[in-house]
Design a protein around this ligand. Sequence first.
Ligand code: SR1
Length: 360
Amino acid sequence: MKPARLLGVVALLVLAGCSQGAPAASAPSVSAPASTSAAAPSVSPPAKFAGGNVRIALVRQLSSGDYFEQWLAGAQAEAKALNVRLDVSSGDGNNDKQALNLEQAVTAKSDAIIVDHGFAQTLQPAVKKAVAAKIPLVAFDVDPGSPQAVALTQDDHQIAEQALGALKAGTGGSGEVLYVYVAGFAPLDRRNETWEQFKKDNPGIKQVARIGVVNSSTASAVADQAKAALQANPGIKAIFAPYDEFAKGAALAVKELGLADRIKIYGADVSTADIGVMTEPGSPWVATSATDPANVGRVAVRAAVLLVAGEDVDHALSVPPSLITQQGLRDAGITSVEQLTRAFPALTTPDVARVPWAAS
Ligand code: SR1
């Protein structure tokens, strides 16, 4: 992207964030894109990292879908950069299988464990065992239930606030809305808290239907549900779908029903495929609030590495999102997450769980 065009998108995206009342922390600064050249670290790694023998278990609940694939790629890249081994398991949506995988990581005496999503009820007993075995643990998007563990989240309330700010601007603060939600997933539950408050604060907004499913083909399942809900409620003018698989499914339904000129979608998360969906001609998906999932995966690994090294890590780590609009993407000609992170330096958070001996 040419520099002038890049400055244009930064300005546009700043405007998008500000106009929706996004807190300053989430708005991109108007500055040069993040440098790609690595600065040499001034601190040497602790000796235990020298041989590449530090093993971190990554225990996932879900692994399919853009978000989870990008997150894993970031985690793997950071593990490689920090010379640690990442042993990855997935429950494939089965909570008992994930809990068993966590038990096995404890039994195997991993040097640290990262738990990625999952249900508190099924995971917390095994988290307690990890704590009792003095295995450092980072929990992403699930309540570990133990103060000794580090809890990593995206700022989910802010994610919902940013998307709903865009929805309010797009609807003028009134109209029938279709909501996509599945209870029990911590990030979705937090976004739901913001939605419930938003409805109280904006009585002109009426939730006329709620749909949602999370499985290995979430987008197509949500598309089927959304079609039925839209046909049953012809007055709907907006869809709040705060997970990109939800938003993609909703977009498919709106397009197939030929309703894209009067129904707009406000989502969460971003991927290169999502950018394709948002920017295609006539797309109803007009805004998304997102972190860079690969960056969040990197943060999780850094936090685990710091704990292995005996460094202090805040008990709660949070990665702020940015609001990304269809208009901003189109105007800047952004077609990939790589271009987006260059235009939106706030999506990269090197100071969250910074590792002093890592190149930055
Ligand atoms: C099923 S939970 C899906 C969410 O997890 C992550 O927090 C992503 O942001 C995604 O929206």
